[in-house]
Design a protein around this ligand. Sequence first.
Ligand code: GLU
Length: 508
Amino acid sequence: MTKVRVRFAPSPTGPLHIGGVRTALYNYLFAKKHNGNLILRIEDTDQSRYVDGAEEYIVNSLQWCGIKFDEGPINGGDFGPYKQSQRKDIYKKYAEFLVDNDKAYYAFDTKEELEEMRVRMKKAGVASPQYNSITRESMHNSISLSEDEVQKRIQENQKYVIRLKIPRNEEVKINDLVRGWVVVNTNNIDDKVIFKSDGMPTYHLANVVDDYLMKITHVIRGEEWLPSAPLHVLLYKYLGWESKQPKFAHLPLILKPDGNGKLSKRDGDRLGFPVFPLNWTNPETKEISLGYKEGGYFPEAFINMLAFLGWNPGTPQELFSLNELCKTFSLERVGRSGAKFDFDKTKWYNQQYLRSKTKTELAEILQVLLKENNINADINYVASVCEQLKERATFVKDMWDEGKYFFQQPRLYDEKTIRKKWKDNTHVILNELRLEISKIEKFTSEEIENVFKQFLERNKIKMGVLLPAFRLSLTGLGMGPSLFNIAELIGKKETLSRIDIAIKKIKK
Ligand code: GLU
């Protein structure tokens, strides 16, 4: 059996959208599932759309996601180079081969002439005029012009492109692994430019030639490329590579959470969520777009969420590690209809992965945040704090936002709790409680709780009356994890001192 070889072939025209990451992910999963190879190929033939830093961004994003390539511009391979701009010399001969075999032709038309044709056709009632089997006859190309004229123009260095000669009224059939049979009539395809006047191939030619030369067995890509697929099939046929044509799988679009249409950066800005894996700084405007990584997402959560945008395992299981996905993924279970992006679900995934991390793993991440806030804490202490806070957090950052009191005295006291729970005599009672607490020798959560409960009993005070005031003194908040655990963690000295401060500071 031929070895499965798939590729992810981004164009470095900007930051990689999450749809692109999903395409890369599905290719990776498919390759792993079939013990195949995944190739990264940079499609940078369109120099005018090249954006500085985009290629590096793509590589870094995929690395963050844990998507590894067997071949590519960085790790090399037997089928390189893996950047189309470094393969320039390869393509021309294939374009010439097509011309020699009457499957393509030279076209000399200027911009103005092309525009003229469009206007003329529109006047004649053609809604979307095309350069095709009908119009080509009236244009300047090697079909309409005499051979001498063509030679003359070439010798005079006139600019020309090479166009594919799409036949009239033929059916092109593609058995797409996701969509089933797709049949397109060639009357709906125009004579696409395959080779440009700047000496570079267009996407179509370069893509097909490279897939062939790199021995790609399956083309897995976004649905926006489905309209190009018939053209690619024709190219395989005309280049004599029909038997080597890869199988196609066009993945459903990722849709806006509200309404219809493809998820765009604008939707993210409008609804407040990232659509890029990493932060991206626009090299021209310097505008920064937030990424999932910097937004505090775990790559595992991000990947798990993405895997489910268009695929499902057919079982209720929702949490899959990358390894499990590699085993479970199949193109048969990729749906045809668009997948609505769900930001709440994305956060839910993050929460699930946060809960599954050990306190030490979480502490290491939280420690970075603490350092940024000039807090020096022992890693074991941070780990114990994480243990207390992880059930309530979606992001590691939440543990800092909601658990600052573990690292510093409260600066403010929650107004609502003061209003409801701080009575005229609260400071007197708290002072008495303080005395009892000061006598505790083994300052553990259990001991503190025992002393607290005995104190309540002796003084006939209800838990709901004193606990909130006690909590307010230690944390400044009305809610949080077990207060006795908090007291144990911050320690006896700090507990007593915080009660003192609260008594002084909190006024009704
Ligand atoms: N360069 C194309 C892109 O930017 C690749 C499409 C394909 O996979 O054929 O998405």
